[in-house]
Write a protein of this length. Structure first.
Length: 264
């Protein structure tokens, strides 16, 4: 059976000594041979080297939080896919909600990054999901249940189709989808099991429609304020193939407990 995936996104946190300590603690807790699920650490660019060295020899992979859509050139401040590979990364997060909604990344930019990163050999965690405003508009938008669902799924559908349309089907194996209900991130609101199942089920149907041969095998992660207190509820949903963890991945103990809950 394909292993579930746990991704720890450290965001803009930790200096070098802190990153070394945290990654070392995670390796120590898991053990170098842990393989009940796949684990990826995604630290800031500035500590990729120290984290990469510390997890070397373990089954933990290294990922980056972003990438630019060009191989090289006069793009001050940007980092390319070949640079990430050279730094030891296997994975990259593309289209995270904070980059879409705080930094204004467009679907066109996200597709550009995705296509180039795949061609360079990186595995992709493509983030999609609706904001609180979009969700409320969908809930208020129609009394008809099917029409309401169509409105609710529309942002996620658009993001997936714009990123993956016309992609060669064999390349879909290099992509993981992470559903981020933006309205449940840092708001104190929590998605219910039925809400998670509803959207993950829809994403699976869409992927299968777009990629009839391999769409059913694509992992779909959940990424809405994952914590030790809700991980069992999240993983009880059949279509959840793992989790994208934010703040809880900054604690070795919390992240370890999440990993063990996912891996069993």
């Amino acid at each position: 059976m394909d292993k579930k995936l746990v991704v720890g996104n450290w965001k803009m946190n930790l200096l070098r000594e802190e990153a070394l300590e945290l990654s070392g603690a995670i390796v120590s807790l898991l053990g170098e041979d842990y393989d009940a699920c796949q684990v990826v650490l995604v630290p800031p660019y500035t500590v990729l080297d120290v984290v990469g060295r510390r997890i070397s020899g373990s089954n933990i992979d290294l990922g980056a939080q972003n990438v630019f859509g060009r191989i090289s050139g006069a793009f001050t401040g940007e980092i390319s896919a070949p640079m990430l590979l050279d730094a030891g990364c296997n994975w990259v997060i593309i289209g995270h909600s904070e980059r879409r909604h705080i930094l204004g990344e467009t679907d066109e930019q996200i597709r550009e990054k995705l296509l180039l990163s795949i061609s360079c050999g990186l595995k992709i965690i493509l983030c999609v999901g609706e904001t609180e405003v979009q969700r409320e508009e969908a809930i208020r938008g129609s009394e008809d249940i099917s029409a309401r669902k169509e409105l609710l799924f529309s942002p996620t559908k658009t993001q997936i189709e714009n990123a993956l349309h016309d992609l060669d089907e064999e390349r879909i194996s290099d992509i993981v989808i992470a559903y981020e209900p933006v309205w449940a991130i840092g708001t104190g609101k929590n998605a219910t099991s039925s809400e998670i199942a509803e959207v993950h089920g829809y994403i699976r149907e869409l992927l299968t429609e777009m990629f009839p041969g391999l769409g059913g095998s694509v992992k779909v992660l959940y990424g809405g304020s994952v914590k030790t207190g809700n991980i069992e509820k999240i993983m009880s949903v059949d279509e959840v193939g793992g989790v994208l963890v934010g703040g809880a991945s900054l604690s070795a103990d919390s992240f370890f407990r999440i990993i063990k809950s996912v891996g069993g």
